[in-house]
Design a protein around this ligand. Sequence first.
Ligand code: FES
Length: 100
Amino acid sequence: MKKYIITVLGQDRTYPCYEGQRLLHAIEGAGGDCIRVGCREGGCGVCRVKIHSGEYETGIMSKAHIGEEEKKQGLVLSCRVYPKGDLTVEPAPKYKNRQE
Ligand code: FES
């Protein structure tokens, strides 16, 4: 099984993520608490992160929490992200350009 390395900006450690594992679960499973956890189902929006680099796929994410423009900027709901390579991410509970 492939193993990827997740780097969280501002943290002095990395997190392993196995192929098919969701980003949020990988960080939580390794004891990380740098991302807020809510529904774990792509509906509440609290687990939002910005992906700075790396390949990934996403499952269904609530459009109320991640718009098309945000998605293009790398904003995602971490409970719906499947890394496909090493990633560098930034927790983004309230990202700057977002209207709320
Ligand atoms: S935890 Fe609710 S959207 Fe990810």
